[in-house]
Each structure stands twice: as C-alpha cells, then as structure tokens.
Design a binder for this molecule. Structure first.
Ligand SMILES: Nc1ncnc2c1ncn2[C@@H]1O[C@H](COP(=O)(O)OP(=O)(O)OP(=O)(O)O)[C@@H](O)[C@H]1O
Ligand SMILES: [Mg+2]
Length: 250
C-alpha cells in the first residue's frame, strides 16, 4: 500500500502541494486529474522521492520513503516503476540500454539474465526489432512503449504513470492503454496514473481524484466520478469543451 500523508511542496514561494493525503491500497488504481501546472507531476515525483517534499510522509508498504537512507531508498525504489511524462528516455543510449538501465542501476542480475529480460519486455511492448535503435530514430508512440518496458523491467509492485497516452496517435495510445490494463489484471500491479484523458481515466481508474489548489479536493469511485453532480465530471466537461473549442478555432 502507498500512503501519502499531508504532503507539502513549494518552489521559491510557489506553493504547489498544500497537504495532499490519500491511501492507495494494493491492487487499486488511482487516477489523478487536474489542470496543467497544478502539481500532478510534482506529486508523482515526491512519491518516488525524485523531489523531496517540504513536509509530509509517503509510506511505501509502511516504510517512509521521504526519510529513507540510501540503501533503503534503493530497495524501496525497486518496488516502483515510473513512466515519466514524455517517456524521458536517455538519448545517448539505445533501446536495449535504456530498457536495461534499471537492472544495471540496481546491480541485481547477470548479463545473461539482463539480456533475457530486456528481450522479453521488448516483445511485450511489440518493439523487438528496434532493440538497437536510438530514441531520436523512434516516433513518440514507440518511445512511450520503450519507456513502459523500462518501467516494467524490475517487475515492480507499483507503477506510476505520468500522462502515459498524451500526444500519442490513437493506435499507440490504444496499445499503451491495453498494456496498462494487462499489467493491472494479470500482474495485479497497483497503479497511480496522472492523465488528462477522461476515457483513460474511466478505463483504468478504480478511483479518480481531482488535484486543485494544492489538495485533492475530490476523490470518487469510477462510477461516482462520472455522475453529473461530481466535481470530477464537471472538470472533464470543462476540459472537453476547451479541447473542442481549441480544435474549432484552428
Ligand atoms: N523542479 C522545479 N523547480 C521549480 N518549479 C517547479 C519544478 N517542478 C515543477 N515546478 C512548478 O510546480 C508547478 C506544478 O508543476 P507540475 O509539473 O507538477 O504540473 P502538472 O500538473 O504536472 O502540469 P501538466 O499537466 O502540464 O504536466 C508548476 O508551477 C511548475 O512550474
Ligand atoms: Mg505534468
């Protein structure tokens, strides 16, 4: 279980998180929505301690990652796969090296095991023929699939996704979505997903939470979130209208 308790984070007077608290029990999938720039990526980064919160706690299976020492931090991080916004591949490493990176970093496996795992996960994301390609030779959708293989390779208990389908063509988005569902159903992975996409939220989210003004101002079940009086439904309607209007004005 991931337990987020009263998380605060500001940057030079810009208060971004102002007391975020939520529990994510095992096997749950929690979707976080909210306006651009509101702090969703900051929240995910605090959960993995890529950013250190000003105060508050993040318990991963009862261990507080915000104060863990180096060895404990590494051990806790092995449980968490992270798909950062835009994939964030290392440009100077090829696909094989990108996917193998977490295994090298944690120094857990032999070369043979690493090789087998990299090929296995590239097969899963349907990218085996690109094993020696470099990121700048790949489309956005392909990069996202490689990033997903990298996030899965430690077979984590938790997967954190930041905008996994944003900017992808419908076909690639569909592949990423069905992979997320497969991971959830077949591997029982607990997930925390940031997305702007109501369809993805509905498809994958057991619960949906709205981040606004530094707090989770609404947390609903999937069904509750799409009822008319729900603030989350209202949020989706507004974003839909905005997307629609933007397209209309081009
Ligand atoms: N490393 C940083 N240093 C300073 N400010 C930061 C840093 N990271 C994020 N911020 C600020 O924190 C706020 C929230 O950023 P964040 O990236 O979490 O937004 P977001 O909700 O993920 O937006 P989007 O939907 O566009 O991805 C923004 O004002 C941003 O400028
Ligand atoms: Mg973001």
């Amino acid at each position: 279980m991931i337990r987020i308790v009263d998380l605060h984070k500001s940057f030079e007077g810009n208060l971004v998180l102002d007391g975020v608290s939520i529990d994510i029990p095992d096997s749950d999938s929690l979707v976080i929505v909210g306006k651009s720039g509101i702090g969703k990526s900051v929240l995910l980064k605090c959960v993995t301690r890529l950013l250190v919160p000003d105060c508050g706690r993040v318990y991963i299976d009862d261990e507080d990652i915000t104060v863990a020492g180096r060895d404990d931090l590494l051990r806790i991080r092995r449980k968490i796969g992270l798909l950062l916004q835009e994939g964030a591949l290392f440009d100077s490493l090829d696909v094989y090296e990108n996917v193998a990176f977490p295994l090298w970093y944690h120094r857990l496996f032999t070369r043979g095991e690493i090789d087998r795992k990299v090929r296995h996960y590239l097969d899963i994301v349907e990218m085996p023929e690109f094993i020696h390609a470099f990121p700048d030779e790949l489309s956005g959708g392909m990069k996202r699939k490689v990033a997903l293989a990298r996030a899965m390779i430690l077979e984590p208990k938790y997967l954190l996704y930041d905008e996994p389908t944003t900017g992808l063509d419908p076909m690639s988005a569909g592949i990423v979505e069905s992979m997320m569902m497969k991971l959830k159903r077949e591997m029982n992975i607990t997930s925390l997903i940031v997305t702007h996409d109501p369809d993805l939220a509905h498809y994958i989210g057991e619960r949906i939470a709205l981040l606004d003004g530094g707090k989770l101002v609404a947390v609903e079940t999937r069904d509750g979130a799409f009822e008319e009086q729900s603030p989350i439904y209202e949020y989706f309607i507004h974003t839909r209208e905005r997307v629609h209007n933007n397209h209309g004005s081009h």
